[in-house]
Design a protein around this ligand. Structure first.
Ligand SMILES: Nc1ncnc2c1ncn2[C@@H]1O[C@H](COP(=O)(O)OP(=O)(O)OP(=O)(O)O)[C@@H](O)[C@H]1O
Length: 261
């Protein structure tokens, strides 16, 4: 079976650090999964994600994406096949919303009409009327709208994998809840693999079909939210779950039918 993503004994250390940022990690992610990666600051979440699009190179181990060892691929071409959304959004301020979304299609030399249709489709999907938003500049958008455009841009060339690094971290909680719901709906309509980094346990359990819990460069548990709640792998995971389940909103995730999770 070809996995969407496979990590085989992957290790990454940064100079001057006492322990490995990511230490001998093994896991597989399948097509269509929504995986959330949860852990406290500095546990290696971002490092893990950035190795998938080769913004970081591992010191040891192998990463395989849809059957291909990514170390053998051209990093630039690999990145065009993988959507990437970060907290800081990274929209180009001097480019309109439409041009931001068209960035990868233009690099891939799509026909103008095809790109135009894709911009309209993605903006509509992101809840932004194309005629109203296409020609605006990022500074003329709210934070939540900018994040929607960031998502639309990452989806432009229809990547099979989406890497999302705390995309809603800087957004107020009301907008954040709405964006989470929209992202779930979006994911349901696509057969894409999402890897979503967060340090917010409620967000991780609400969004993830499986949750990867990390600590100090290791994966402590990687399972469905239900399994983690029922059978926490160790004391660390148990205390994490206990701290969250006391809060009412933790249970909101169960609004979502099981077959979608
Ligand atoms: N470019 C870098 N140079 C040196 N050390 C780094 C670099 N990037 C990350 N590290 C270190 O590697 C470890 C893991 O960092 P990483 O950014 O992956 O953590 P994280 O779990 O994403 O944290 P956060 O939630 O704070 O973003 C940390 O100890 C960090 O200080």
């Amino acid at each position: 079976m070809v996995h969407a993503i496979e990590f085989q004994n992957v290790t990454k250390a940064f100079q001057g650090s006492l322990h490995n940022a990511v230490d001998q990690i093994n896991f597989t992610a399948e097509e269509g999964e929504f995986i959330t990666i949860l852990g406290s600051s500095g546990c290696g979440k971002t490092t893990l994600l950035k190795m998938i699009n080769r913004l970081y190179e591992p010191d040891a181990g192998t990463i395989i994406v849809f059957g291909e060892n990514i170390s053998t691929l051209d990093p630039v071409k690999l990145r065009r096949r993988i959507g990437y959304v970060i907290q800081q959004i990274g929209l180009f301020p001097h480019m309109t919303v439409g041009d931001n979304i068209a960035m990868i299609p233009n690099l891939l030399k799509w026909e103008k009409e095809k790109t135009e249709a894709r911009i309209n489709q993605l903006l509509t999907m992101a809840g932004l009327a194309p005629e109203e938003f296409k020609n605006r500049y990022p500074a003329q958008l709210s934070g939540g709208q900018q994040q929607r455009v960031g998502l639309a841009r990452a989806l432009a060339a229809d990547p099979k994998i989406m890497l999302l690094d705390e995309p809603f971290g800087a957004i107020d909680s009301i907008t954040r809840t709405r964006l989470q719901d929209e992202l779930l709906t979006l994911h349901r309509g696509m057969n894409k693999t999402f890897l979503f980094v967060t340090h917010d346990i409620e967000e991780a359990f609400k969004l993830g079909t499986r949750v990867m819990i990390m600590n100090e460069g290791h994966i402590l548990q990687f399972d469905t939210p239900e399994e983690i709640i029922l059978h926490p792998a160790d004391g660390f995971v148990k205390s994490l779950v206990d701290s969250a389940r006391a809060k009412e909103q933790f249970w909101e995730k169960f609004r979502y039918p099981r077959e979608y999770r």
